[in-house]
Design a protein around this ligand. Structure first.
Ligand SMILES: Cc1cc2nc3c(=O)[nH]c(=O)nc-3n(C[C@H](O)[C@H](O)[C@H](O)COP(=O)(O)O)c2cc1C
Length: 300
């Protein structure tokens, strides 16, 4: 039984990684989940300098998931390279570094700093809904998506995954723009912009007023967008959005994803990724699937 997949020339032992921002750099989670069992670890977004993130409260529970407006709090690339990359290198898993910035120059600075680090793939977050003048500003305009992708490809040593926003009318337009810019792979979806109001206080629950919705409620939206994107482009897709168990992961692969990321589910069960890897194996055994690649886009 072969569970390995190939993303832009990088071979993962299985198709499961974690969604950026829901797993730190694996330090705390390594007490619960064996990082050696994951195809890859995707880190929290990192910028050229440390970011404090948004004022609190930054997270809220909602039906079927959560809202967050963390605002990409991160330690900056220098500390990240000294502390987080050596930690992850102890494990037999691929390393995907998620990159954020307020401007093209800031993204470029991070990508250039990572050039000689032992990192396997870069995931460029052009879709964070919680950061003013950055992230999303790049991810909602196809011309901007193509331009930033080109810049990333010009400076990056590792293959580039462009992470798309679901907060657009037509996801395939953004996917095609990223492919035209030279993206090696795409990942989707980031969170869907939402809002929660405390009716007793008549106040916004999040200090940021809006936040990104994640968790099981967004899964059907994510499956639809992965399906549409897989039909529109030729590069591999990492599918995410509300994956809670192995069936959800397989659904994403059947829709056209080559690999999957598990996000919010880590907060309710820090061992969930290992269970999902095992569950995919059980599914393959049950249905006599010899190679996971047979399942990619196999819905009819
Ligand atoms: C608390 C939190 C922090 C996040 N931070 C990032 C981030 O730093 N960079 C990024 O690209 N996506 C970030 N995301 C989005 C996730 O990676 C993922 O795209 C989204 O949550 C959908 O997957 P899920 O429903 O499985 O959580 C974050 C999500 C959450 C819930």
């Amino acid at each position: 039984m072969n569970m390995s997949v190939n993303i832009a020339g990088v071979e993962w032992k299985n198709p499961v990684t974690v969604a950026s921002g829901t797993f730190g750099s694996g330090t705390e989670y390594s007490e619960f989940a064996d990082l050696n069992k994951l195809g890859a670890v995707t880190t929290k977004g990192v910028a050229n300098v440390p970011w404090a993130g948004n004022p609190t409260p930054r997270v809220a529970e909602v039906y079927g998931g959560m809202l967050n407006a963390v605002g990409l709090q991160n330690p900056g690339i220098e500390l990240f390279c000294k502390r987080d990359i050596p930690f992850l290198k102890q494990y037999d898993t691929k390393i995907i570094v998620n990159v954020c910035g307020h401007s093209t120059e800031e993204y470029v600075a991070v990508v250039e700093r990572l050039a000689d680090e032992p990192v396997d793939l870069l995931e460029i977050n052009i879709s964070c809904p919680n950061v003013k003048e950055g992230g999303i500003a790049f991810g909602q305009d196809p011309k901007a998506v193509e331009a930033i992708t080109k810049e990333m490809k010009r400076h990056a040593k590792q293959p580039v995954i462009m992470k798309l926003s679901p907060n657009v009318t037509d996801i395939t337009e953004m996917a095609r723009a990223a492919e035209a810019g030279g993206a090696d792979a795409l990942s989707l979806i980031n969170t869907i912009t939402g809002m929660k109001i405390d009716v007793n206080r008549r106040k916004f629950v999040l200090a940021n007023q809006t936040g990104g919705m994640s968790g099981p409620a967004i899964h059907p939206v994510a499956v639809r967008m992965v399906y549409q994107t897989a039909k529109a482009v030729n590069v591999p897709i990492i599918g995410m959005g509300g994956i809670m168990n192995a069936d959800d992961a397989i659904e994403m692969i059947l829709a056209g994803a080559t690999a999957v990321s598990v996000g919010t589910a880590n907060f309710t069960d820090p061992t969930v990724t290992e269970k999902i890897v095992a569950g995919i194996g059980e599914y393959m055994k049950k249905y006599h699937v010899n190679d996971i690649k047979e399942l990619i886009g196999a819905v009819s």
